[in-house]
Design a protein around this ligand. Sequence first.
Ligand code: GLC
Length: 571
Amino acid sequence: MSTLTVDVPQNGSVKNVDSSSVHELDEYDFTRLPDRPRNLNLERQRSFDERSLTELPLGFSPHPPSRADNFYRAFDVLDSFFSPGRRSGFSTPKSQFGYGMSNEPHPMVAEAWDNLRRSLVYFRGQPVGTIAALDNSEENLNYDQVFVRDFVPSALAFLMNGEPEIVKNFILKTLRLQSWEKRIDRFQLGEGVMPASFKVLHDPTRNTETLIADFGESAIGRVAPVDSGFWWIILLRAYTKSTGDTSLAERPECQKGMRLILSLCLSEGFDTFPTLLCADGCSMIDRRMGVYGYPIEIQALFFMALRCALLLLKQDGPGEEFIERIIKRLHALSYHMRSYFWLDLKQLNDIYRYKTEEYSHTAVNKFNVMPDSLPEWVFDFMPLHGGYFIGNVGPSNMDFRWFCLGNCIAILSSLATHEQAMAIMDLIESRWEELVGDMPLKVSYPAIESHEWRIITGCDPKNTRWSYHNGGSWPVLLWLLTAACIKTGRPQIARRAIELAETRLSKDGWPEYYDGKLGRYVGKQARKHQTWSIAGYLVAKMMLEDPSHLGMVAIEEDKQMKPVLKRSSSF
Ligand code: GLC
């Protein structure tokens, strides 16, 4: 672990964000690189998001009309949906929201806010993050740390509630950590690596506070978190979008931090694919689970982070070079993902009939996938209408498992085309019992068991079938589902899922995850009062109540980046 000791200052006051110096931060078309002016998107088109939000299913009519209804119905509000400089939580009174279909706040909302505030971690008198879990009944391990990925829903909750200071502190603090020298034994990690987690150690006698960060060198399995850097960029954009304060992202140190992260993932190597090659356990699923190679969870975050970076990078000398590289990569990545990771009935049938051992450019089965490697379950799982991005694609390898985070991020980043996004939502609806069951939401589906479990997890007792990362149900994923539902204009799906969570989450003490095929049992080793379960619920509630919050975690489809394949009519 890396450490830093600092003296505690007398007064750690937090500056307010100056929203008077708001600059436009627009989405722009990254296909028009050469003469790209800063802050484009000047042609106002009726966007994908506008389209999907205005073409809601007829069945959607909650009572009484809430602010959300007004949002969906009023075109003038849509104008500000992705507009810059508007704090999307503006009309939300602090800690008062959480109104559902009635105008009464759900009692769980107040309880969740209490818990969230109790999880705050302070450094030099300032809040800098939230602890992973407030559960003292189990051995702490590293649950007493601030995890970068875990902090994201907390940060969104604070931003939505008009409390951006903690998010700014977190962004700056983790940026400082990034510059530390990171070593595992005698090997030095890349400069841009962001920590998985950090912790503040207080020494009352010496009046010092020490930061301890973990870049993977202490983590179980010793894997660096590839997702941390991506989440950091995504959060920087969420902060900028929500507050309208572009000055944070424009700071030289933030620009440099972004470039360091990007250097790591845009570097040239032996790759033949634009996807990012990863070790197992480098994301939310941080143990061996067969998600090495090109896992969807990372590819979707990679795409989202690249799109966010494109919006945040300054067009100065070093920034300009990165912008060019990002644009090229985005093109290649979206082509690759939309073509080869996408699975629907038609594509499944094509793979089933694949010829193998094809050579040369004319090959249809480019990765030489053996039809015999198709698992039995996928034929039943695939609905007539619907589809999803599969877990992994590599040489002679297709991992057909469903991963929730990757598919939701694909929708939010517009890696998924409009048709693909709709198809993913169709699949979630058709496979509700499998993917949601009694508690939202399965992190992966289905579970691996028996021989496969032994080989793939290395006999991991925490990841037995239908538990933890292996088909467990994670309440934190509720915010991602809700955001995806709003983006696709299907909030009723999120509402159903939230209602399910409300039947148990608080009674069960906000567990980290649930076990079982239907997610009916509190997870075998689940921590209680897991902060991201709490924050995920709050974010889902706030977004449903005021869908304009979506703007901070979603990016519109780029009209120029047309889908390359239309595989089937189920789109
Ligand atoms: C577990 C999860 C990981 C999370 C951490 C802290 O290790 O797998 O995703 O970040 O707990 O909550």
